[in-house]
Design a protein around this ligand. Structure first.
Ligand SMILES: C[S@@+](CC[C@H](N)C(=O)[O-])C[C@H]1O[C@@H](n2cnc3c(N)ncnc32)[C@H](O)[C@@H]1O
Length: 349
């Protein structure tokens, strides 16, 4: 039995995201070579205003880090002429994002003019032919809507239900096509996109997904458990590197790689620099900051629980998660697989 649910599926990250997103920061740091390669092929000499967009900026700390790197690289490579051109940055995320946190980060960092765009990146967010440099990191695995509930797991990657997996696969393909179509419209000819996409690394996803589901089985009613389906799909390399789609939207593939983003936590644990308890605590806080909303939503939408009960269940859930990680941590790979892509909008489209 799977029920369809087409309302927006996440509000954004939990409040503590900025301090619990080191893993995502590592992916941003590893994208700098791709940013440089994108700038090498960028052709924007005649633009008076260079618009840079970050899609899925969340609470801002990693986003500002990426933007500052892009601006520095534009200056170093002289692709940006400070006497003739200006830089304007758009931080995009869902309307329900914690924008106050992002504005706080922007207020502390006054090195560029940054504004917010609160609109789904699966729609057009900027005027056509305006964007020079589009960037996104660890955001495209969040689907626009949940295509169906998953009946045997909470994450599609560990499900064995072929028809449900297929619905997720199709939704992810459609969302990706929309993302590329709208970014292509927004880009000026000669403009570029750098995409850092969380990839499907089968074994790691399955271990963690199993733990997320086991914890939910202990606390949720059958209907809540069914509704607790994360609207996430981690794409494979071939799903990301789709030359027909690039061609259709006038985009040229400059570079694509699958990259292992190493987490230093695993290494520190092996060297005895941190304890297993600490690793489980840090990892749980990170997963909670990024993924709590769908669980909360499953509890709220079933209207069976008081607000106090929901708060209690959420705490219990993450306690169980931390305990489960401690028991299994030797098995957990704390690294992350990503696909990094550089695309350029063709000049003679
Ligand atoms: C894991 S965070 C990554 C944030 C940041 N790029 C980083 O590297 O830390 C994913 C972000 O994507 C946003 N997001 C998810 N779906 C979105 C959509 N359809 N439109 C805009 N933002 C979206 C979420 O709200 C969240 O802030």
């Amino acid at each position: 039995m799977s029920s369809n649910n087409s309302r927006p599926v996440i509000e954004g990250m939990r409040q503590e995201y900025n301090t619990n997103s080191l893993c995502q920061r590592a992916a941003v740091k590893l994208s700098v070579d791709y940013i440089r390669q994108a700038i090498d092929v960028l052709e924007i000499e005649n633009l008076p205003i260079i618009i840079i967009g970050d899609y899925g900026s969340s609470h801002g700390s990693n986003s500002v880090y990426a933007i500052q790197f892009i601006i520095e690289a534009l200056k170093e490579t002289k692709k940006f002429d400070e006497n003739k051109q200006q830089i304007f940055v758009v931080h995009n995320d869902l309307p329900t994002n914690d924008w106050a946190s992002l504005f706080e980060v922007l207020a502390k960092n006054r090195s560029y003019h940054g504004v917010a765009s609160g609109r789904s990146f699966y729609e057009q967010c900027l005027p056509s032919n305006s964007l020079a440099f589009g960037y996104t990191s660890i955001s495209l695995h969040w689907l626009s809507t949940k295509p169906c509930n998953i009946s045997d797991q909470c994450l599609v990657h560990s499900s064995r239900n072929e028809s449900e997996i297929n619905e997720f696969r199709q939704k992810a393909a459609l969302d990706y096509a929309h993302f590329l179509e709208y970014r292509s419209r927004e880009l000026v000819p000669g403009g570029v996109l750098v995409l850092v996409i969380l990839a499907n690394s089968e074994k790691d996803n399955r271990d963690h997904a199993d733990l997320l589901y086991r914890c939910a089985q202990e606390l949720l009613s059958p209907q809540e458990l069914l509704d607790y389906t994360l609207p996430i799909y981690c794409r494979s390399y071939s799903e990301c590197v789709d030359r027909d789609l690039f061609e259709k939207f006038g985009l040229e593939l400059v570079k694509a790689d699958a990259i292992n983003v190493k987490s230093d936590l695993g290494e520190k644990l092996r060297n005895g620099e941190i304890t297993l308890d600490y690793l489980a605590q840090v990892q749980t806080a990170a997963v909670r900051a990024a993924c709590e909303y769908p669980l909360k939503q499953a509890l709220i939408s079933n209207k069976q629980r008081s607000t106090e009960e929901i708060v209690k269940i959420l705490d219990q859930y993450w306690d169980l998660h931390e305990k489960g990680m401690k028991e299994q941590s030797y098995d957990f790979n704390t690294d992350m697989m990503v696909i990094d892509l550089v695309l350029k909008k063709k000049i003679n489209k």
